[in-house]
Design a protein around this ligand. Structure first.
Ligand SMILES: Cc1cc2nc3c(=O)[nH]c(=O)nc-3n(C[C@H](O)[C@H](O)[C@H](O)COP(=O)(O)OP(=O)(O)OC[C@H]3O[C@@H](n4cnc5c(N)ncnc54)[C@H](O)[C@@H]3O)c2cc1C
Length: 403
């Protein structure tokens, strides 16, 4: 059989499996059902998670022995497509926090066998959520300036310091953190990457509220927090290499240009027709807006095809590069451009915060737009990605940015 025939056969088997295993009560629902759903629906969601985990489809590209399915990217894409076709949704990457997209791939690359065995299956099944303790109040773009200290106490380290913007810290079981293990070394040479359990006395989290009203991240305080030495990822004082790699995985995972998870599903063009109106031939009445929407759609299409090409070229390998910075910035520009146009087509209906004059989708719109401001900040800011592109891809001279 040719590769294409193999994939078609695989597609058919996935489609059959999804139709036999996706509980009807969760069809068409996403994670947002969590809070309001009945106990039965929640139980069905967990059953679906378990079934996916047994297939290794929570992290289909990972090796089978660590909870994955040992599949390539084309197969993983087919699984996602067939699930979506039947109204299914894979909750595992969200339940695992930073686990599936960032920490897991980095453990696969830098971890010892023991670390892989202990940490990866819990991520791949969506049972263990991870957060990332990188940024500090005085170390964001200049991450290497971090000052959280880890002191060697024989078989473990003791951590003291503060992290900030730690997404999901208050609901995570584990944290991957960068800490200073040698205060006398040049700043990038004295950093290590450690993994620590969040449920311990020395860790305190305080949620921060965003402009959109949500509290997706926290201040995280380490007061004599303990990290076993068996949870040092990579070599002592080589954490800068580990975190650089992790950040590439993070950017890679942020190339989808989709905006907020669970954000609007109706296409921009359809929404514009609904709000602005159409001519007799079905075209949008506002010609200038029509042109800008078409440009936006072309940019989205070109970006999507480029991501697919790069993913296909990687052929299922854990292979990310500085190109992730280009894709992250292009995804950012597209997502924010889309959000601006969504606002524009809805006019004053798109900027309501509360009240009966606004439909739910209109109230969500302004929250999506505000949320989208974060895309050019998290995972390394837009400007910092441009610095990386100029230095590592274009080979231009070093800027003031040292990260
Ligand atoms: C929604 C969200 C989730 C996040 N989740 C996490 C998380 O889970 N864990 C975590 O550790 N962190 C997280 N962060 C933090 C994020 O990584 C930092 O906000 C980001 O790296 C920028 O750092 P900063 O906020 O300290 O800004 P700063 O570094 O102070 O930058 C401020 C501004 O200056 C610009 N700037 C800085 N240096 C340069 C330069 N050399 N050249 C050009 N411009 C420059 C920046 O582009 C930015 O516009 C999250 C952030 C957001 C918004």
């Amino acid at each position: 059989m040719s590769e294409a025939q193999d994939l078609e056969a695989f597609r058919a088997s996935v489609s059959k499996w999804v139709s036999e295993n996706l509980p009807p009560s969760i069809v068409g629902k996403g994670m947002d059902l969590e809070g309001e759903a009945s106990d039965d629906v929640k139980a069905d969601m967990d059953l679906w998670r378990q079934r996916l985990a047994e297939k290794g489809w929570g992290a289909p590209n990972w090796p089978k022995e660590y909870g994955g399915a040992g599949l390539g990217h084309p197969e993983a894409k087919i699984i996602a497509q067939e699930m979506a076709k039947q109204g299914g949704f894979n909750p595992i990457p969200l339940l695992a926090g930073m686990g599936v997209t960032m920490v897991g791939p980095t453990i696969l690359e830098y971890g010892t066998d023991d670390q892989k065995e202990r940490h990866l299956p819990g991520i791949a099944s969506g049972e263990i959520r991870w957060c990332l303790g990188l940024s500090e109040p005085n170390a964001g773009s200049d991450l290497a300036g971090l000052s959280t200290k880890a002191v060697d106490e024989g078989d473990h380290f003791v951590l003291n310091g503060q992290k900030i913007w730690t997404s999901g810290a208050n609901i995570s079981q584990w944290c991957g953190a960068v800490v200073r293990t040698d205060p006398n070394a040049p700043k990038r040479d004295g950093i290590s990457f450690v993994m620590l359990p969040m449920d311990q006395e020395g860790v305190e989290t305080r949620p921060i509220q965003l402009i959109s009203g949500a509290s997706p991240f926290c201040e995280t305080f380490f007061n004599d927090a303990r990290v076993d030495k068996t949870d040092l990822l990579g070599d002592l004082n080589d954490g800068w290499s580990v975190v650089k790699r992790l950040l590439q995985h993070e950017r890679q995972s942020q190339t989808a240009a989709g905006g907020r998870p669970g954000g609007p599903k109706e296409s921009l063009a359809d929404k514009a027709k609904r709000y602005v109106g159409t001519n007799d031939d079905g075209s949008l009445t506002d010609a200038d807006l029509r042109t800008r929407i078409v440009k936006q759609m072309m940019a989205e299409q070109a970006h999507g095809l480029t991501v697919s090409r790069i993913t296909a070229e990687a052929r299922g390998q854990v292979k990310v590069s500085a190109a992730a910075s280009i894709l992250k910035n292009s995804a950012t520009a597209i997502a924010q451009g889309n959000a601006e146009l969504q606002m524009e087509v809805m006019g004053s209906q798109g900027i309501g915060w509360e009240g009966h004059n606004f439909a739910d989708e209109e109230l969500e719109n302004v929250r999506d737009w505000l949320w989208g401001k974060a895309i050019s900040i998290y995972g390394g800011s837009y400007e910092v990605q441009n610095n990386i592109i100029s230095k590592n891809i274009l080979g231009l001279p070093e800027t003031t940015q040292k990260g």
